[in-house]
Write a protein that binds this ligand. Structure first.
Ligand code: GLY
Length: 381
């Protein structure tokens, strides 16, 4: 039986994993997570299990999302929450607690028949993949073609990070300059990537180069998938460049919404322009602030879940994003989800693809001189 198959984020969704908020912690500060928590956030320096009432509210919204998906004929699996409030000790580091399993999108990357447990850069997330072992074992037993892959387990020792990244007076302006220069807290010591930095468009993977994903990871993907093209993209307007799915979000073949504060630079657009892809500015969020104790920005408004080329799930209060999608010809399904945001993101983050109909298409047959293309010869590490 075929269980795992997904080549993009817009073909008809038939099976996915939806996260859980149980036992979720605000993990202790560490080199990579300092960049995730905005400089002015009250979360800086906080750690420990999240309050039970917030866990219950988040779980109610996650359970409701499952109902909506099942009502649309999508099969849903759930992870097994571990006791996340346990220390992690490895030969290379120690940290006081783990994180959670609300955002499966960060740790599981589905490419065709493969699910890759990725090489994440947060020490607190080192063992997160275990929450998915039961469902991945099941897919392995049921689907003779499914390949369960672990990308190289990272060390996450001191060499993996620029430990002086936050020395001195670091402001949001400093961080913006660094994003533009592609200078991030994660080094090129080893392969590091989060699945949520990888935008899958059939034969092409567009990967955000930022705090959580480095160039060596893109070279690893290129070698794993020699028939595919891997592109490094970056978004200079983002002071906290972590995960592509509140920045550059495909809606259907030929159409992408781009965060207006984080436009894809002109020279990186060539490959889209040469293949008649339209990149439109996403509508603004209906909110000026994220909910309390949230790692993400208000741009979770565009972190939506596409069910097929005509149907999309959007957070219920994000009226401007809903209006825009309506005008673009989509049926919009609003669901409440802001109580789940603090646990690791929006509707796209909270899900991981298992099966979408469709095959590996070439959406970019017209090749141009493309500065984003990853090659061994042009490596910068
Ligand atoms: N990178 C996620 C956000 O914009 O908050």
């Amino acid at each position: 039986m075929k269980v795992v198959n997904s080549w993009n984020d817009f073909d008809p969704l038939k099976h996915c994993i939806v996260g859980r908020a149980d036992n979720c912690c605000i993990a202790p500060s560490e080199p990579a997570s300092k960049v995730k928590v905005p400089l002015d956030s009250p979360m800086r320096g906080m750690t420990g299990p999240r309050p039970l009432d917030t866990v219950e509210k988040a779980n109610a919204q996650l359970d409701n999302l499952v109902k909506v998906l099942e009502g649309r004929g999508v099969k849903v699996d759930r992870p097994d929450a571990l006791q996340w409030n346990q220390a992690v000790v490895t030969p290379h580091f120690m940290t006081g607690s783990m994180f959670g399993c609300m955002p499966p999108r960060d740790v599981l990357l589905t490419i065709g028949r493969d699910i890759i447990c990725t090489s994440m850069s947060f020490r607190s997330r080192f063992f997160e993949h275990y929450a998915y072992s039961r469902v991945l074992r099941k897919y392995f037993e049921q689907d003779p073609e499914f390949r369960w892959i672990y990308s190289p387990r990272p060390e996450l020792g001191d060499a993996s990070f620029d430990l002086h990244y936050f020395d001195g007076d670091v402001t949001e302006e400093t961080l913006l300059e660094r994003t533009a220069k592609k200078y991030f807290v994660s080094t090129e010591h080893e392969i590091l990537f989060d699945a949520a930095d990888v935008l899958r468009l059939g034969k092409d993977l567009f990967v955000q180069h930022g705090s959580t994903t480095n160039l060596k990871a893109m070279e690893w993907l290129r070698r794993m998938y020699p028939d595919m093209r891997v592109h490094a993209v970056n978004f200079p307007g983002d002071p906290y460049p972590i995960h592509i799915d509140a920045t550059f979000v495909p809606l259907r073949p030929g159409l992408i919404i781009n965060n207006p504060e984080r436009p894809l630079p002109k020279e990186q657009r060539k490959i889209f322009e040469a293949n008649d892809w339209e990149i439109v500015e996403a509508a603004k969020s209906a909110h000026t602030e994220p909910p309390p104790l949230c790692y993400s920005s208000v741009w979770l408004s565009m972190n939506l879940l596409v069910l097929d080329h005509k149907t999309v799930i959007v957070e219920e209060s994000e009226v401007y994003q809903q209006e825009q999608l309506d005008k673009l010809g989509f049926e919009v399904i609003p669901v409440p989800f802001r109580d789940a945001y603090p646990f690791g993101g929006g509707l796209h983050c909270a899900t991981a693809d298992v099966y979408r109909e469709g095959t590996c298409q070439d959406y970019f047959p017209n090749q141009v001189d493309d500065p984003t293309l990853i090659t061994y010869e042009n490596r910068a590490w």
